[in-house]
Design a protein around this ligand. Structure first.
Ligand code: FAD
Length: 470
């Protein structure tokens, strides 16, 4: 359980600051009522909780700058927050302070078909941009599973991935420019709508994945691409997990860069079938879902090549969707994994680790062995094409032994990811959850450098303390 001891600002300090914040952003936008304090004590991370002193909802960059100046002067922690869907405790107010909720900054300012960019405020939800782009024949590729709720500010701050990352990359690959407010209130811009721009250090890249620890982003310029004509989807069952992992390598070596290459282990296949009754073969050891987008000819060619690669590695059954409805049915298997697992027990802990693609089978076998040793139910699914796996444990939080076992199991899983030259997080961020593992992956010198960078941006350490090594 991640519950931080509260080293809190004094009540007198909080009250003084509250009054000044109310002058800066309007009384209705500074809350300290029990409803707000309870709501913003947690995010989507299981078992992680803090206790904010104030919750502030700014509407403009100037208001954000005023809040940060006042907070910095008072040495009050500020926790930037979008929709709170992160899974790493990234918005948990571990030391109290101000939760700075950016969802009122939700204007999609511009979509430029000529420059292939969108300019928006950080509180715009991912799906809103995706839909606005699609209406103009354009695509914003990053598509985290939380896209209907998560904000673009949160996506950039976590450098979120999604199902299309193998072909299109992750959020970082679509951030052309950022306007951000530093902890001391100065407003900076890095990048813009230029494709080429090497003036100065690439701070917009540094802010991608900075998890609210360096600055508060208040405007984003994001790259769009032409939308593909159409798409194709297929699935292949394997008796054995190792066969499926080899098929991933063979697909990638076949000259195809799929838009989708997703993986479900046997636990996930069984739980999806129990939940969605879509006729999955629950005897199979693993399932790959593969897809391509582009023009009709390229899709036909690539889907055939991917099916051949799966057959060559011993796929027991291969299906290619003949229609959009059939494709949606195949993709349902992937979409239903998390909801299906989460109904097995009251608590679901979805984790995130990445290994080189050639080590996927080894990693999943390790996860299965860890699950058996600890007597835990762990289903593993994920973005096989990226080597990004989501081992997911389901348990009863009232069972303290199971909770402790889950923590031990994840320790072992992350240690294995590092041993295989992988990462403790591919897309969910470090937050507070992965902090104990960060130095093991990066080394002490690297973490010390992160801290010096943090100090240059945020000399008094007010921005999102306790996250990402800060
Ligand atoms: C069901 C579900 C499915 C998910 N699927 C995926 C997935 O497929 N891929 C994936 O990568 N993630 C996924 N996630 C994780 C999560 O949705 C993403 O990390 C998302 O980008 C967070 O956005 P948010 O608006 O909720 O940010 P929050 O959770 O509010 O914040 C996340 C981080 O960003 C910082 N932050 C937020 N806004 C700003 C800002 N304007 N300036 C500076 N810092 C800021 C916060 O301080 C925090 O560190 C999933 C989560 C859930 C619950």
């Amino acid at each position: 359980m991640v519950v931080q001891e509260r080293v809190s600002p004094t009540p007198a300090l909080v009250q003084r600051l509250r009054d000044r914040l109310r002058q800066a952003v309007g009384a209705a936008n500074v809350r300290d009522d029990a409803g707000a304090l309870v709501t913003y004590a947690t995010d989507s991370t299981p078992l992680a909780r803090g206790q904010p002193d104030l919750v502030v909802f700014p509407a403009t960059t100037d208001e954000v700058a005023s809040v940060l100046r006042l907070a910095d002067e008072a040495r009050m922690p500020v926790i930037p927050r979008g929709s709170g869907t992160n899974l790493s405790g990234g918005t948990v107010p571990t030391r109290g302070g101000i939760v700075l909720v950016l969802t009122r900054m939700n204007r999609l300012l511009e979509i430029s078909e000529g420059d292939l960019v969108a300019v928006c405020e950080p509180g715009v939800r991912t799906i809103e941009l995706a839909e606005a782009a699609a209406a103009r024949g354009l695509l914003f590729p990053p598509d985290p599973g939380s896209h209907t709720t998560a904000t673009l500010g949160g996506n950039v701050a976590e450098c979120s991935g999604g199902l299309r990352a193998l072909k299109y990359g992750v959020t970082r690959d679509y951030v052309l420019g950022v306007q951000a407010v530093l902890a001391t209130g100065e407003v900076i811009r890095s990048g813009g709508r230029l494709v080429k721009d090497v003036a100065g250090y690439d701070l917009r890249r540094l802010l991608c994945g900075s998890e609210g620890t360096l600055a508060v982003m208040t405007e984003l310029t994001l790259r769009l691409v032409p939308a593909p004509e159409s798409s194709g989807t297929g699935m292949a069952y394997f008796a054995d997990l190792a066969d499926a992992a080899r098929a991933v390598s063979r697909v990638l070596a076949s000259g195809v860069l799929p838009v989708t290459l997703e993986f479900l282990d046997q636990v996930c296949i069984g739980s999806v079938e129990d939940y969605a009754r879509i006729g999955l073969n629950t005897d199979a050891g693993a399932l790959l879902i593969f897809g391509q987008d582009g023009d009709a000819h390229a899709i036909e060619r690539d889907m055939r090549r991917m099916a051949e690669a799966c057959a060559a590695e011993g796929a027991t059954d291969i299906r290619i969707a003949g229609s959009d409805a059939e494709a949606a049915e195949l993709l349902e298997a992937r979409r239903a994994v998390l909801p299906s697992l989460s109904r097995l027990e009251p608590l679901t802990i979805l984790e995130d680790a990445t290994v080189p693609r050639s080590r996927i089978a080894e990693m999943v076998q390790h996860i299965q062995a860890v699950a058996r040793r600890h007597g835990l139910k762990i289903g593993t699914f994920g973005h096989a094409g990226d080597g990004n796996l989501h081992p997911t444990v389901v348990l009863d939080p009232a069972d303290q032994h199971a909770v402790n076992s889950a923590h031990e199991a994840f320790d072992e899983i992350f240690a294995k990811a590092i041993e295989l030259n992988g990462s403790i997080t591919g897309e969910h961020g470090v937050g507070i959850v992965k902090l104990p593992h960060l130095e093991r992956q990066l080394g002490a010198d690297h973490v010390a450098l992160l801290r010096r960078i943090k100090a240059a941006f945020d000399p008094h350490g007010i921005l999102n303390p306790d996250k990402l090594g800060s």
